[in-house]
Design a protein. Structure first.
Length: 422
């Protein structure tokens, strides 16, 4: 049997049960459209989240943890009369990058991929304005170097990052934190350290990154002030932030930096591993749930083709009597499934694309949302690959759904059908 003849028979079969064919096609359209929309939203949110994390996070952080712990040195007596020298380092000095200027110079010269290095001092505490309190993470930074790390300088909505150099007690805070404390530029607040020390600060700038954790619970002060509050000498910091030309090489640069400095480093993916892992699991769950819609649509196709087989069993018997092989009969019904899948898949891809464009243009999410990343509109992906995959998956599901009816049709014995025994 030629392909053209098989196609003509397949189309005739589908037209004979037009209502069931339309319903089966609609199942694919709806299932595929929802699938494409969910993938577009999931991919869009995942990409948006990664971009935001990259914007606010250094590509690599050089921590104060040493690869080889510092060994204490004390004078110890042995029975044989030997003396062993071990260095005793106070606990307060073990979590430092020291001298940080030398380590910083090594990192800057380590590889061409490094474009900026900035020291920081990390502190935990509470910002207070009158009766308003908020626990915060504060980073003491060098504004001239920090402006080259991430997009902090570009995220500032009021004031300037360089004001930290001009105001010894200046502070840069996020818009969410400013709202919680009810402060504006020029207002005074207090920073309460875990030891109970109170440091007066003046708001020098306000930024808005779109990331809740950064906007609501993070602030920046001058590096020297951070060293004072942390009780660190001027040649010590708690870490270095590293900016790269290409984040794809973060893992390789991390190994180079660790080998040169002797300190442990983390890439931006390792620092934000929990958030990225949660986002990945959420995306997988969404896809699995939507696939069940496809499975339901596949049952509709299978039922339609089974009905055609039962209705056309006389025709099948006649075709086999004229020499049409089992493979020819199977090919006819596989073609029927493929036709439904192609039409349904094309319409599903178009529907999914239209819905994604629609959702991407609607202001459905309040900016005050408590989610990790804030956005006004659903970030959706319009990547062509999503809709091409939707089309291909629709055709595949339709073909799979048509296998059982096709095999059933191929098993009919022509003589038994003509005699009315089947």
């Amino acid at each position: 049997m030629t392909f053209r003849l098989a196609l003509q028979i397949a189309l005739r079969h589908l037209r004979s049960r037009r209502r069931q064919t339309i319903l089966a096609t609609l199942g694919i359209v709806i299932g595929g459209g929802i699938f494409a929309l969910m993938v577009a939203i999931t991919e869009g949110q995942s990409g948006f989240l990664r971009d935001k994390i990259i914007d606010i996070s250094p590509h690599i952080i050089l921590t104060s943890d040493r690869l080889k712990p510092v060994v204490s040195q004390n004078l110890l007596d042995h029975e044989q009369g030997f003396v062993e020298l071990r260095r005793n380092v106070p606990p307060s000095t073990r979590k430092e990058v020291k001298p940080y200027t030398e380590v910083q110079a090594k990192v800057e010269k380590s590889t061409f991929d490094v474009i900026a290095v900035a020291p920081y001092v990390l502190l935990q505490g509470v910002f207070r304005n009158g009766t308003r309190y908020q626990t915060v993470t504060v980073r003491g930074v060098d504004p001239e170097r920090e402006k080259n790390i991430g997009k902090l300088a570009r995220d500032i909505r009021q004031g300037r990052l360089s004001a930290l150099s001009e105001l010894p007690n200046g502070a840069v805070i996020g818009s969410g934190l400013a709202a919680k404390l009810n402060v504006r530029i020029g207002d005074d607040i207090s920073f309460v350290t875990p030891t109970g020390a109170i440091q007066p600060l003046k708001i020098a700038a306000i930024y808005e990154s779109g990331v809740a954790n950064a906007d609501d619970r993070q602030g920046y002060i001058n590096l020297s002030l951070g060293q004072t509050l942390r009780d660190l000498p001027r040649n010590s910091v708690t870490g270095l932030s590293i900016e790269l030309r290409d984040i794809a090489g973060a893992a390789r640069v991390k190994e180079i930096v660790e080998r040169l400095t002797g300190y442990k480093a983390e890439t931006w993916e390792e620092t934000n591993a929990q958030i990225l892992e949660f986002q990945g699991r959420q995306g997988i769950t969404s896809r699995i749930l939507v696939v069940f819609v496809f499975v339901t649509a596949a049952f509709g196709i299978s039922n339609t083709l089974v009905a055609i087989v039962l209705q056309k069993k006389q025709d099948i018997a006649v075709m086999k009597s004229f020499g049409v092989s089992r493979g020819g009969v199977v090919a006819i019904f596989l073609l029927e499934g493929m036709i439904i899948g192609c039409i349904g898949g094309l319409l599903a891809a178009l529907l999914g694309y239209g819905l994604a464009r629609l959702f991407g243009s609607l202001n459905l999410v309040p900016k005050t949302s408590s989610s990790y990343v804030r956005f006004d509109r659903f970030p959706v992906s319009l990547d062509f690959g999503i809709y091409l995959f939707t089309f291909g998956f629709s055709v595949l599901m339709a073909m799979i759904a048509s296998i059982l009816p096709a095999r059933r049709a191929a098993k009919f014995a022509p003589v038994r059908v003509i005699r009315g025994e089947v």
